[in-house]
Write a protein that binds this ligand. Structure first.
Ligand SMILES: [Mn+2]
Length: 262
């Protein structure tokens, strides 16, 4: 049962659909044909690109189709997913000392047509997403940050905390916690990346962190058009999979082999 991951899609529905077809997970009619395969999205489904709600709708449909075929489609939440959600329900939530969530959302590629179409059902789905998933020893999360530990001490607690934050719609709490998921680069060498990665894996489980959020071009200096796959770093403990689709990089559906014991 192969495991695939997709980094930040940011509303680029057509490249996503094409990449899923190429990977053998979607048929010509756009239905799940991946059987028992597992497919995980790493958050930031909306903003920047033309059809964020279309991406949400596709993932939700594939979740049902994959489950019926013995497969699995999942998604962890990203900061943009929290921005969109917060802009809908608590637009005045303070994300920084001077900016509300709807201002931060607009400044970071927020698209009015996504906000207009975020109805209760889609919003409820976003509110139920986990922050972190542990799949085959891969610790799947959106942002390359230690900030997850501020939601709780273990994976279960972190996911419960985040879901509670989404439900309660407390403006101050929501803004403060959205800001946590903006943090980045905390697994890079100059930020004690290896030690951080070891700490996170010890606390939350798994052998390798797989994250989106910080694009491969911006993090590693690879030209967007030259991105051909994920980049593993921090002594092999961390894998970056956000190709930077909004920078012009391709959408990649990345198969993950089980990480080897250290
Ligand atoms: Mn992000």
């Amino acid at each position: 049962m192969t495991l695939y991951v997709v980094g930040d899609v940011h509303g680029h529905l057509a490249p996503l659909t094409g990449a899923l077809r190429e990977a053998g997970l979607l048929d010509e009619a756009g239905a799940w044909c991946g059987g028992a395969a597992r497919l995980w999205f790493l958050g930031d489904l909306t903003d920047r690109g033309p059809d964020g709600i279309g991406v949400i709708d596709l993932i939700r449909r594939l979740q049902a189709e994959a489950a019926a075929a013995g497969g699995e489609v999942g998604c962890v939440i990203g900061n943009h997913d929290m921005l969109l959600y917060g802009s809908r329900f608590i637009p005045e939530s303070p994300v920084t000392e001077v900016r509300t969530i709807i201002q931060v959302w607009a400044l970071n590629g927020g698209q009015e047509h996504d906000l207009d179409r975020l109805d209760e059902e889609r919003a409820g789905w976003l509110a139920g997403l986990p922050a972190i998933a542990l799949v085959d020893e891969h610790l799947l999360l959106h942002a390359d940050t230690m900030a997850y530990l501020e939601f709780g001490g273990d994976l279960t607690e972190i996911n419960l905390t985040l879901r509670r934050i989404m439900r309660e719609r407390d403006a101050a709490t929501f803004g403060r916690n959205t800001r946590l998921l903006f943090r980045r680069f905390e697994f890079l060498e100059h930020n004690d990346g290896v030690a951080n990665a070891r700490t996170l894996l010890e606390r939350l489980g798994g052998r390798r962190i797989v994250h989106g959020h910080s694009t491969i071009p911006e993090t590693f200096g690879v030209p967007p058009a030259a991105v051909q796959g994920p980049i593993t770093y921090a002594d092999g403990l961390v894998m970056a999979v956000d190709t930077g689709i909004s920078l012009g990089a391709p959408c990649l559906v990345i198969p993950l082999a089980a990480p080897q014991p250290a």
